[in-house]
Design a binder for this molecule. Structure first.
Ligand code: HAM
Length: 416
């Protein structure tokens, strides 16, 4: 039998119901922050990601699904596409600050494991046009609130400031000089990174490299007064608003567009893939993609990782609704007549099920029971000639006689 590709998953109805419940909560919360939802194409020009995310990043160098002679790529993230859409549709003309969010699927050719897939979902939010520290705070408060609304409290916000371009360039140069002394002790990956993107070495999981990094220069010592002061202000706001954060000098993110504030929400429940979400400021990206210099900040949360945490917390999701009524029919005439009733009930939002397999009354009854229908109504030749039907409430077994042409009465009995 044919199977789905490795690292992908089907979202079956019960699972989708859970997701839709979360999506509603996300939409409700984002709307209370006055964000507007946006959708962009599933594929974009490869150039957008090369320029936006950076050629030397893991994502661009080895995780992209590209096709048509590499002209197009399935989106591996949403920030660059959202900025492309912002510029292409001149959204900056609508207001000086644009607040956009998305719930979308994306694709990365990664090695699949728990919490890491090749097609996965993110919801994210971007504030475009403000470099005020309040926008940094807002971007962190959104996921903080959503997680707390879902009863998730065991997470920590790891936060760092990786400086502006000048500060970071100076730092990276010193970091490289320091690491060059240990070049022979570095892993093959880190040796390559040393020349292409030394900052990423800070992210290492290798103990020996962690030891080397103990005495490495720290970005915080390269931040100028203005950057430091703003960052302190942000941390003060977060503290006042009870956000559980920890400064992490070594937090660097896997995408090149970041500057200044960067953060990750890490969970104690997720094992090795412990990042529930990541984000930060990307003040140069808009220029890089052809716009005017425009500051911006955003984050994206992995929906599957959120679901894993909820599962581990035994979160009770609302259940899918069972039918309100199952109309059992017997005979051609009854079947045709029943369509009047089902149509009327359905157009009033009453979940109505009927038999589509021409089954006996007995097996239709069984089916109604299996589906946990609240009521059944039996309609056969006798009922048609007498004009009276029995409406049975399944949990009590109570039966009520109703006139067939009084659908209003049936509705009333079902909905009360
Ligand atoms: P990212 O850190 O690459 O950032 O991804 C954000 C989140 O997506 C991760 O924290 C994780 O929860 C989830 N995620 C990433 N890769 C996978 C995967 N293979 N399987 C399942 N979940 C995954 C970004 O994508 C940036 N665009 C975030 C951003 C928005 N920065 C500014 N604005």
């Amino acid at each position: 039998m044919l199977q789905k590709p490795k690292g992908t998953f089907d979202i079956l109805p019960d699972e989708l119901y859970k997701r839709n419940f979360i999506y509603n909560l996300i939409r409700e919360t984002l709307s209370s922050f006055n964000f507007k939802e946006i959708l962009t194409p599933v594929f974009e020009s490869t150039e957008l990601f090369k320029r936006g995310i950076g050629e030397e990043t893991d994502i661009v160098s080895k995780e992209m699904y590209s096709f048509n002679e590499d002209k197009f790529t399935l989106r591996p993230e949403l920030t660059a596409p959202v900025i492309r859409a912002y510029l292409e549709n001149s959204l900056y003309n609508e207001s000086p600050v644009k607040k956009l969010f998305y719930i979308s699927n994306l694709f990365r050719a990664e090695r699949p494991q728990k919490g890491r897939y090749r097609e996965f979902w993110q919801f994210g939010a971007e504030i475009i046009g403000s470099d005020d520290i309040l926008s940094d705070a807002e971007i962190i408060l959104i996921p903080d609130l959503i997680l707390k609304k879902l009863g998730i409290n065991d997470f920590v916000v790891k936060i760092n400031n990786i400086g502006n371009t000048e500060e970071r360039t100076e730092y990276v140069s010193d970091l490289k000089t320091y690491l060059l002394k240990f070049e022979n002790e570095l892993s093959e990956t880190s040796k390559i990174r040393l020349y292409k993107n030394p900052l990423r070495i800070l992210d290492t999981k290798i103990e020996k490299e962690k030891d080397i990094l103990v005495n490495a220069p720290l970005i915080k010592n390269y931040l100028k007064a203005e950057t430091k002061e703003k960052f302190e202000k942000l941390l003060n706001i977060l503290q006042k608003l009870n956000v559980n954060f920890e400064q992490d000098d070594k937090l660097v993110r896997g995408l090149d567009y970041y500057s200044q504030t960067t953060f990750e929400f890490q969970s104690t429940k997720l094992g090795s893939q412990n990042a529930i979400l990541g984000g930060g400021r990307y003040d140069k990206l808009i220029e890089l993609l052809g716009g005017k210099p425009t500051p911006a900040i955003g984050f994206a949360m992995g929906i599957e990782r959120l679901l894993i945490i909820l599962e581990e917390n035994n979160f009770t999701f609302p259940k899918q609704k069972n039918p309100d009524i199952y109309i059992i029919t017997s005979g051609e005439a009854a079947k045709l007549y029943s369509l009047n009733i089902t149509n009327d009930l359905r157009s009033n939002g009453i979940i109505t099920e009927t038999d589509l397999l021409n089954r006996s009354i007995k097996s239709q009854m069984k089916e109604a029971d299996r589906l946990k229908s609240k009521f059944v109504l039996i309609l056969g030749d006798n009922e048609l000639s007498s004009g009276i039907v029995k409406l049975k409430k399944m949990d009590t077994g109570n039966e009520t006689d109703v006139e067939l042409n009084k659908i209003e009465k049936i509705k009333e009995l079902i909905t009360n």
